[in-house]
Write a protein that binds this ligand. Structure first.
Ligand SMILES: [Zn+2]
Length: 254
């Protein structure tokens, strides 16, 4: 298995997932067609599949163009997005398996950013779309704080620490600046910023372990994070979902 991150406009990332034994490939969230087609050609693979994490235009925008260039493309999305992704032709539910050549991935339903957001889990690689970002998480356009919190904590956090996280946008530096405001006592945040500088601003993929150490949205039970939420809200918070909701509110205007 080989994974190639592809930078697109609007600070998006899409990803080419290659099955090395069959030379078949899938693309996750093709914002733009031409860099995907270039990567397909460069690697000498057959593009068979598009994996959609959710319906936002900056993730599905160029699927139609890919369909014109590659016949019989499987375009997979969550069944709840059937009416919102007109280019899709295969629909999945939580726990379903998707195949790329000899590779198998599992669908994880993670509502919060939208009501039909999903992640794709291949071996120890997780494609999170706009659900989990480097040091952050997606805005709550359709879901409640409780839904997003449960998606992050109940669906993603239990995966292995070494799971590589491939997210949909490069917001990590700004997210880490917010994280420093939330947790000035967390030295891992500055270490991660230094590492990104050495990598010329690119931070994908990260690991679940790194997110657990530096992502405030996965650290709602830490005393310093809870104290930040209480200070900014001006009153006590009663549970971890309230801490999460206050963090998300503050990040929206950061
Ligand atoms: Zn989105």
């Amino acid at each position: 298995m080989k994974i190639i991150p592809i930078s697109c406009s609007f600070d998006n990332y899409c990803y080419l997932i290659i099955c090395l034994s069959s030379k078949k490939a899938a693309v996750v969230d093709p914002t733009e067609a031409y860099p995907v087609m270039a990567a397909v050609e460069e690697n000498g693979v057959q593009l068979t599949t598009v994996l959609c994490t959710h319906h936002h235009q900056d993730h599905i925008g160029d699927i139609g163009e890919l369909q014109q260039n590659y016949v019989d493309l499987d375009v997979i999305c969550y069944h709840g997005d059937k009416d919102r992704i007109s280019t899709a032709n295969k629909y999945v539910k939580d726990g379903d398996l998707v195949e790329i050549g000899d590779l198998q991935g599992r669908v994880i339903f993670t509502p919060g950013h939208t009501s039909s957001s999903i992640c794709y889990h291949f071996q120890n690689h997780l494609f999170t779309g706009d659900t989990l970002f480097g040091a952050g998480c997606g805005r709550l356009f359709e879901g409640t704080p409780e839904q997003m919190y449960n998606s992050l904590v109940e669906k993603i956090e239990p995966l292995a620490d070494e799971t590589k996280i491939y997210f949909g946008h490069e917001y990590t530096v700004k997210n880490l600046a917010f994280a420093q405001q939330v947790e000035p006592g967390n030295a891992n945040i500055q270490k991660r910023l230094d590492l990104i500088k050495r990598n010329n601003g690119v931070s994908t993929p990260s690991t679940l372990e790194l997110e657990k150490e530096t992502n405030p949205f996965l650290r709602c039970s830490e005393d310093e994070v809870k104290a930040f939420a209480e200070r900014s809200r001006g009153e006590a918070v009663n549970d971890l979902v309230e801490v999460f909701a206050e963090l998300r509110r503050q990040r929206n205007t950061f």
